[in-house]
Design a protein around this ligand. Structure first.
Ligand SMILES: [Zn+2]
Length: 374
């Protein structure tokens, strides 16, 4: 199942929402409609509280999006392509294949998000004051006050100096600037991120034991999330450092087993998938590559139709996403595999299939290199 879906495109950046966001949206609406707004505006109808909660939650969503867009636009301005933004749990992720080219760019990119949140916070503060001055102390003012507060919290939370939070990136940029060593800078920044995650988890447990179940679970949850993120992003940096500049030509598998487009699925399964145990095969007719046939797509076809269905019927037609050449950078190749969802790339030279490179190949190469070169 797809866990994210496209919402819109802004400045050529596709905006996606992760399904976890709906759970959080529900949780936020519930917390606001049940607790926060009845507390700040006593005496209103239940329907009004839910409506206020929904409006506030959607504006919170827009605020988070603005935060991520601020990062992305600065990145784009510095020639770092952004493939998309995915909004999930308590923020978003801008998808970027490359590390920022310099500490300066990283610093500007990282600080842009929190600055946007502080800016929004200020706007909503001014708005709530204006509404007050006009004598309007009803729902609208409360929503504005909530957004002032929540944007302030988002800005501050993200400035916590643990990688991969924005503050951690700012810290990394500073360490990187002085040490000239991005790996070392990332190691320090992500260790601080982990330490902070442990503090959150401990704080959550403390809450839990003192009877504050919901907030306890929240803190523990966010703590574990950060712990994982610190690990993953450190690994990514090490990987980028090791794989960047490595041309794939030397590491591809040359003797590729391909299938023809008119082979039936039962034959394909018996003679290829069971025999060679690869997850996919290139489809080639008369030396020209047609596409890729994957085990996953075969499983979509009912078994009793396997003898009448051919590879051509179910193959993924060849497209740019599946193709590299020998000169492709290993890190770029890895990013491309992550995007194309078939776990491998076809190396095509002069129109002919020259080799194949799987995600596993690159990961293995990385592990060996890391082992030997540190
Ligand atoms: Zn951010």
């Amino acid at each position: 199942m797809k866990s994210s879906f496209r919402l819109m495109t802004i400045a050529k950046i596709p905006i996606e929402i992760n399904i976890t966001w709906f759970i959080i949206l529900g949780l936020i609406v519930f917390t606001l409609g049940q607790g926060f707004f009845p507390y700040t505006n006593p005496g209103l109808s239940t329907a009004t509280y839910w409506l206020m909660a929904l409006v506030a939650a959607l504006l919170l969503f827009a605020s988070l999006l603005a935060h991520e867009l601020a990062h992305s636009l600065v990145a784009q301005k510095n020639d770092l392509p952004i493939h998309g933004i995915t909004l999930f749990i308590f923020g978003g992720v801008a998808h970027m294949d490359k590390e920022p080219p310099s500490p300066k760019v990283e610093f500007k990119m990282a600080i842009a998000g929190p600055l946007m949140s502080f800016f929004l916070s200020a706007i909503f503060y001014i708005l709530s004051r204006l509404l007050h001055l006009l004598g309007l102390t009803g729902p609208l003012t409360s929503i504005a006050e909530y957004l002032f507060l929540i944007n302030l919290i988002i800005g501050i939370f993200n400035l916590i100096p643990g990688f991969p939070l924005d503050g951690g990136r700012v810290l990394r940029a500073i360490l990187w600037h002085y040490s000239k060593d991005i790996k070392k800078a990332t190691a320090i920044a992500s260790n601080i991120g982990k330490a902070f995650a442990f503090v959150l988890i401990a704080f959550g447990l403390l809450n839990l034991f003192s009877g504050q179940i919901i907030s306890g679970i929240w803190f523990i949850f966010i703590g574990f999330f950060l712990l994982e993120a610190a690990d993953v992003s450190y690994r990514q940096v090490v990987m980028k450092k090791i794989l960047y500049g490595l041309k794939v030509g030397k590491y591809i598998t040359k003797d590729v087993i391909s299938v023809s487009s008119n082979i039936t699925l039962d034959k394909l399964v018996d003679d290829y998938f069971f025999r060679f145990r690869h997850g996919a095969f290139p489809v080639v007719d008369d030396d020209s590559v047609r596409g890729i046939v994957t085990l996953h797509d075969i499983k979509e076809v009912e078994k009793n139709k396997w003898s009448t269905t051919t590879a051509k019927d179910i193959m993924l037609p060849l497209k740019k996403d599946y193709v590299i050449n020998e000169q492709t950078d290993a890190m770029d190749a890895l990013a491309q595999i992550a995007r194309n969802h078939v776990g491998r790339l076809l190396v095509i030279e002069d129109g002919k299939l020259d080799g194949i490179l799987t995600q596993r190949d690159i990961m293995k190469l990385f592990e060996f290199k890391a082992e030997i070169e540190g």
